[in-house]
Write a protein that binds this ligand. Structure first.
Ligand SMILES: Cc1ncc(COP(=O)(O)O)c(C=O)c1O
Ligand SMILES: [Zn+2]
Length: 417
């Protein structure tokens, strides 16, 4: 059962029927799904949720789609890991990692796409589409394949091989655009008016974006039905960041947790930091940028939800930080070496920014923090290749192994690492 009621303009509050539309006819503000929270409050309890499936569908009462239309390839209920070794390395008392690299296509995008495709099927669409920085393309391609639907997937030309292959393997209509993500998005916005496709992040964006709230639901449930004091999450369009906050607030609204007091901190790469730059300049109005960063998944120069992400920081006394390409690589390695989690560059950005926020005092040592690791590292190996230890090369006998180890240790002792 779904408790979605209408689409509501985030700016002027006008309401619209539930339809594949995304902006207000009066003020061009973005539309957002409105719910019957009293109905949800009456329908769900902590117990009823805990008895549900170990996927995002345990929160089906809070999702804007009829679950009868779901395409379930196992998205969600990902691990929340107590990261003691990483916490120690960066100077925090209590740190948790929400590890969304374990989703079916190895990123949090499976959450938003699971909701978008269910709603698209409910609307009667037979083809899915997206403008993507890579991960979304993988997820749309996989979900459409599992549903037996056509997919039109648009990506910029400079994507990592793992992201291209990670879409192509599902045989969508894969379109590589000679331009950056913002060019891809402009093209797709025109195409969305011309073709009867469910563009997950254009005409069904209000529904799609809601899928990210499940990250907050899971974290609160996994912490024993409470919120952390601090969240650090990556930002590209800023949607994920705003929806994590919305998710915590909603859990309180429907009576599942106490009133949340959570400070929201966002992470961006220096080479694409319109939101973090606006935060540093104490303004809610960002200036679009031309991205130049190894964190290609975060390379959105004109973020659709940038303003709302900045509002969340203001409201929660949160903050934003940015990390250089070298710091991002160091962040990927630090997370891998301390916690055994191999994240993509968005995760490196999050860890690097977390580290800088702790070092600057913007996050206090005693704040219980959750860092959201939103994508897996095997898709962005280019970022770390050539910057990691080299394997010892041996022939298959003991002597060769022992002498290779001795030579390595000798070089290390001589300071050659
Ligand atoms: C791995 C990963 N993390 C975070 C994000 C940021 O998402 P949003 O555009 O909602 O800010 C993206 C976006 O593509 C992503 O691929
Ligand atoms: Zn409006």
């Amino acid at each position: 059962m779904s408790f979605e009621q209408a689409l509501r303009c985030r700016e002027c509050g006008r309401e619209y029927p539930l339809a594949p539309i995304f902006s207000c006819e009066y003020c061009f503000g973005p539309l957002e799904v409105a719910y019957d929270y009293d109905g949800i409050r009456a329908a769900v309890t902590r117990d009823s949720i805990e008895r549900g499936p170990t996927s995002i569908w345990r929160y089906e009462a809070l999702l804007p789609c009829d679950p009868a239309y779901k395409v379930d390839i196992g998205t969600g209920f990902t691990p929340l890991i107590k990261a003691d070794r990483l916490a120690k390395a960066i100077g925090l008392d209590t740190l948790w990692i929400k590890n969304d690299t374990t989703n079916p296509t190895w990123s949090f995008k499976d959450r938003v796409v699971s909701v978008a495709i269910a709603r698209a099927r409910q609307f009667g669409f037979t083809a899915m589409a997206c403008a993507s920085t890579g991960n979304l393309a993988n997820s749309v391609s996989a979900h459409a394949a599992a549903a037996g639907m056509e997919a039109y997937v648009f990506i910029p030309q400079d994507l990592e091989e793992g992201k291209v292959v990670g879409s192509a393997v599902y045989s969508p209509n894969l379109v590589m655009v000679d331009g950056n993500y913002d060019d891809v998005n402009r093209l797709c916005t025109e195409l969305a008016y011309a073709h009867p496709w469910a563009f997950v992040n254009i005409n069904v964006r209000p529904f799609y974006a809601e899928g990210s709230r499940t990250l907050a639901y899971e974290v609160a449930e996994q912490l024993g039905w409470r919120t952390p004091q601090r969240v650090v999450a990556p930002m590209a369009s800023g949607s994920l960041f705003t929806k994590i906050y919305k998710g915590f607030q909603e859990l309180h609204k429907v009576g599942l947790i106490d009133e949340p007091i959570v400070h929201m901190s966002g992470a961006q790469p220096e080479g694409c930091s319109p939101i973090a730059t606006a935060f540093a300049n104490h303004t809610l109005n960002f200036v679009p940028q031309k991205p130049n960063t190894i964190a290609r998944s975060l390379a959105i120069g004109n973020p659709a939800d940038g303003y709302y992400a900045l509002k969340v920081m203001e409201e929660t006394e949160g903050s934003a930080e940015m990390a250089s390409d070298d710091e991002i690589v160091a962040g990927v390695k630090l997370l891998a070496e301390t916690e055994g989690i191999f994240a993509e560059t968005a995760g490196g950005t999050t860890i690097a920014c977390l580290q800088k926020l702790v070092a600057s005092g913007a996050i206090r040592r005693d704040e219980e923090t959750v860092a959201f690791i939103t994508g897996g590292g095997l898709k962005t190996i280019e970022a770390v290749q050539g910057k990691l230890i080299e394997p010892l090369r041996v022939t298959p006998n003991m002597a060769s192994f022992e002498s290779a180890v001795a030579a390595r240790d000798g070089a290390l002792a001589a300071g050659g690492r």
